[in-house]
Ligand binder design. Structure first.
Ligand code: GLU
Length: 585
């Protein structure tokens, strides 16, 4: 059964693809979003391009690119605006991973701006007085979930190496917008409304309550003009004095104070934790896939390794020949189950625990994993394999799910540099603690709250200074030694599925970026198979159930952004499930 016939990307079929009928129903109303935009066409450009989750951020990045800035310059301008207009998802109070292709040195670098746990934290950090792990929301709200934010140091590090425009000027668009005000978007309004109240408690602390709610306690509505002069002052300080003011100066002092205040759930971050923070430059993890090289971010995120494992298993199946049919969807979700089983057992911050990174992507190992996929029958729950590795795996798997609240941007500049960055404050609105006009993350709940299971330690347990395991998967696919596809998404631990699926849709099924990004989702995290509500993907429910899959039809809130770099120029797509857009020249 084929819902879209796999047309190869040839000059002749490109026009047909661009005019293709929308694949998906337009009228779903995902929770905490304002619905789906009607997007069917990729945006084209010749020289440079940016795609991100809000038009004002895209415009800020576009202006920098047009003015001769590099991809990293544009990312800084766009990130600061995102902090303002999409505050639920990312900002300077959070962390990020950034992949950068430097055209001049022809090299790919991976920047790690992940948050760190306080040095005083120990594995029992999230245990309650009864010795049991705290509930998710109980752990999120307040100071305890806040890790040392990494985004500012990471952007400064990347800018020192790859920036062309002065650091200071890159903050201007966000400073102006913060002072003059901007209209709350429908998506931001629905996120505010969905996060109020007893469970999610965005109105718990006075600063966030005053900023996001009216005086009568009702959530601010779409179209309300919002100003944030405090944030403008914060950005002005960082613009003038660099990241040090954030990590060693008055901003650091205010962060430490704010985190320690909530009486029920105080944090233990110290000035020394902030002062010692380092953004790290790591080696990307790459895997050959059907003649391309798929490069991603390694630990502390599982993104690169797990996307790589899914593709490595899928390379044993004829996805290009099959097209996006029920066989392909079955094989995809089975490959995903296997990858998530390994992820839970093996992947964590490799600076703290040993991770079999090369073993997990070893071709012979992936062949044995692919042999576990039965073409006609779903496996119940995958168990982790035994990748080649020097150490015995005396560990237990981690079962904590992550919750969505993140953003992804992709940029290609006129010098040929390319950037793929996923940026987050973890769950929507992070810890709820607002300081100097920005929200602090709750990234530490990405650790396993339970330190051990069955008497064995969990690799992703809390340790002092450690970075929590992430699912973020900023990706750059290389073709003939040049960047070919830039892609990534938010979506908690589903990110890995969203990104792998988009890569398959473009590389194997010849879809253009907008089609691939809009394509109805099929997801598995080693449990039920989720099919995206309101899309053509739901037609596979019956056949997948007959194969033994437990199928759930659900709203799946990704935020994919993709740029394809081909002989004809650049072509970009923005996720219709969010408010993003693409601009280029
Ligand atoms: N905190 C999650 C992670 O690092 C991301 C959450 C999201 O995508 O919304 O994997």
């Amino acid at each position: 059964m084929t819902w879209w016939t796999g047309i190869r990307r040839t000059a002749a079929c490109m026009a047909a693809l661009l005019a293709a009928t929308p694949l998906l129903a337009q009228d779903i109303q995902p929770e905490e979003t304002y619905g789906r935009q009607d997007r069917t066409q990729s945006v084209s450009a010749n020289d440079f391009m940016i795609a991100a989750a809000h038009p004002a951020a895209v415009k800020a990045g576009y202006d920098v690119l047009k003015d001769g800035g590099t991809a990293v310059d544009a990312a800084i301008a766009a990130q600061m605006v995102l902090n303002l207009v999409e505050p639920q998802s990312s900002g300077i109070g959070g962390g990020a991973f950034l992949l950068y292709w430097d055209a001049k040195s022809r090299s790919l670098q991976a920047f790690d701006g992940r948050e760190t746990a306080p040095f005083k934290a120990s594995p029992g950090y999230f245990l309650g007085p009864d010795g049991q792990p705290k509930g998710f929301w109980e752990a999120v709200i307040g100071g305890r979930s806040v890790g040392v934010p990494g985004t500012v140091r990471m952007l400064e590090t990347a800018h020192r190496i790859h920036g062309k425009q002065a650091w200071k000027g890159l903050f201007e668009p966000a400073i102006t917008l913060a002072k003059d005000g901007f209209e709350i978007s429908p998506r931001m309004a629905s996120s505010i409304a969905g996060s109020a109240g007893e469970k999610r408690q965005l109105d718990r602390f006075p600063e966030a309550r005053a900023y996001f709610f009216e005086a009568d306690g009702s959530p601010k509505k779409a179209g309300t003009l919002l100003k944030n002069p405090e944030f403008a002052d914060t950005l002005q300080l960082i613009a003038e004095r660099g990241a040090d003011v954030f990590y060693k100066g008055e901003i650091a002092r205010d962060i430490v104070k704010a985190v320690s205040i909530p009486a029920e759930n105080p944090g233990i971050l110290t000035l020394l934790d902030l002062e010692r923070y380092q953004a790290k430059i790591r080696t990307p993890v790459c895997l050959p896939y059907r003649g391309y090289e798929v490069c991603g971010m390694g630990p502390p995120t599982s993104g690169g390794l797990s996307v790589g494992q899914i593709l490595g298993v899928l390379s044993h199946f004829n996805l290009p020949g099959q097209g996006p049919n029920s066989d392909s969807v079955h094989q995809f979700v089975e490959a995903a189950k296997l990858a998530y089983a390994d992820r839970a057992l093996y992947i964590a911050d490799a600076d703290y625990v040993s991770v079999p990174s090369s073993g997990l992507l070893d071709p012979a190992y992936l062949t044995t994993r692919a042999q576990r996929v039965n073409r006609n029958k779903a496996m119940e729950k995958a168990i982790a394999g035994n990748p080649p590795w020097k150490e015995a795996s005396l560990r237990s798997p981690d079962t904590d799910p992550e919750r969505p609240g993140t953003s992804h941007l992709v940029i290609r500049d006129s010098y040929g540099n390319a950037l793929s960055m996923t940026t987050t404050i973890e769950t929507g609105f992070g810890s709820r603690i607002m300081v100097r006009g920005f929200l602090l993350n709750n990234e530490l709940t990405d650790f396993s709250r339970a330190p051990e299971a069955d008497g064995r330690p969990i690799a992703n347990r809390v340790e002092g200074g450690k970075r929590p395991r992430s699912s973020m998967a900023p990706t750059i696919v290389m073709k003939d030694g040049e960047p070919y596809l830039l892609v990534g998404s938010p979506g908690g631990s589903r990110i890995i599925n969203y990104v792998a699926k988009t890569i398959v849709a473009i590389l194997d099924w010849g879809m253009h970026p907008q089609q691939a990004v809009s394509l109805g989702h099929f997801v598995n995290r080693n449990g039920a198979t989720d099919l995206e509500e309101g899309t053509e993907a739901v037609q596979f429910k019956g056949i997948l159930e007959a194969m033994g899959h437990e199928v759930k039809i659900r709203n799946l809130n990704s935020g994919l952004h993709a740029i394809l770099i081909h002989e004809g120029g650049l072509s970009g797509g923005a996720d219709p499930r969010r408010e993003g857009t693409v601009m280029g020249d």
